[in-house]
Design a protein around this ligand. Structure first.
Ligand code: ZN
Length: 296
């Protein structure tokens, strides 16, 4: 879908710094296919990414100056051509080139009621839902690093690409899809011909998936014994900017690119556990992270 908006700037977002609320101006609003859509100049909402839609969009509320509340049912990334003012969503947006300097990313808030452009509003994110997704997302990053460590002995050649703990990056090389939920997350891995050519012994790795899961879970348990802050930088900036997730595991700094949201510290996690199951072309890893307290 393409919408003429007259806009010339993307959205400044603050979710990476952990923000749950912002005052903002509505810069574009419309109704399409019975959905009320609104764009604001700033937003604390984490929208579902177009290119790697692993984490669902934030939900919450948009509060008007007179106190009326519209519910934000969903939030999605869209891409604005700053030269033409055309905003592309869905497949139309995925067809655009990311490197184009005229393309800027926008948070599209999907509302249950209409709002008027020009209004100054308060945006409020559903905190418990955000926290649940953040908890699972941080757990998924730790599980990816633990998977790489567990899989390291199954490489017969040393690949060029290693993670920040020095292990061959199987997660990056083999992940084909990722879905982060409020209770658990699922990552699909394809162990194909190209990976075998790079020297990964898929057959040996797959021969004992319960054993691999046990090894990953032991690594995850050890990772959580030295709590450290979890940071996503920059904490505020244009939605289209690249962001980096980082923390310390037993004193060693680890990082990876990430556009999602995370808990502020590893001590928010009581436990992270995975289970592995075979698929037609590889395996699937389900990661379940438990909160250290019931507070959000
Ligand atoms: Zn991530």
């Amino acid at each position: 879908m393409e919408l003429q908006t007259g806009l010339s700037n993307g959205t400044v977002v603050t979710f990476a710094g952990g923000s749950l609320g912002e005052t903002a101006r509505v810069v574009f609003a419309t109704e399409v296919a019975r959905e009320h859509l609104a764009v604001t100049d700033r937003s604390p909402f984490h929208p579902q990414s177009l290119s790697w839609p692993d984490q669902p969009g934030d939900r919450g509320w948009l509060i008007l100056a007179d106190g009326r509340r519209a519910t934000v049912l969903d939030s999605r990334e869209a891409l604005l051509n700053r030269a033409t003012g055309i905003l592309a969503t869905g497949d139309a947006a995925r067809a655009l080139k990311r490197g184009d300097p005229d393309i800027a990313a926008v948070v599209l808030h999907v509302l249950d009621a209409a709002v008027a452009p020009g209004e100054v509003v308060t945006l409020e994110v559903d905190g418990p839902f955000r926290h649940a997704l953040s908890l699972q997302h941080t757990g998924v990053h730790l599980a990816a690093l633990a998977l790489n460590q567990c899989a390291a002995p199954f490489w017969t050649k040393t690949p060029d690409d290693t993670d920040s703990l020095g292990a061959p990056n199987l997660d990056k090389a083999a992940v084909t899809q990722s879905q982060i939920g409020a209770d658990a997350s699922t990552d699909g891995y394809r162990l194909g011909k190209s990976l075998r050519k790079k020297g990964f012994d898929a057959a040996a790795f797959l021969s004992d998936l319960p054993g691999r899961a046990a090894a990953i879970n032991e690594t995850l348990r050890q990772m959580l014994t030295t709590p450290a802050p979890v940071v996503l930088t920059p904490g505020e900036g244009p939605l289209g900017d690249r962001r980096l997730w980082s923390t310390h595991l037993n004193g060693v700094e680890v990082s990876m690119p990430c556009g999602g949201t995370h808990v502020a510290r590893l001590s928010d996690l009581a436990a992270v556990e995975v289970s592995l199951a075979p698929t037609e072309d590889g395996f699937v890893m389900v990661t379940q992270s438990r909160a250290a307290t019931t507070a959000s």
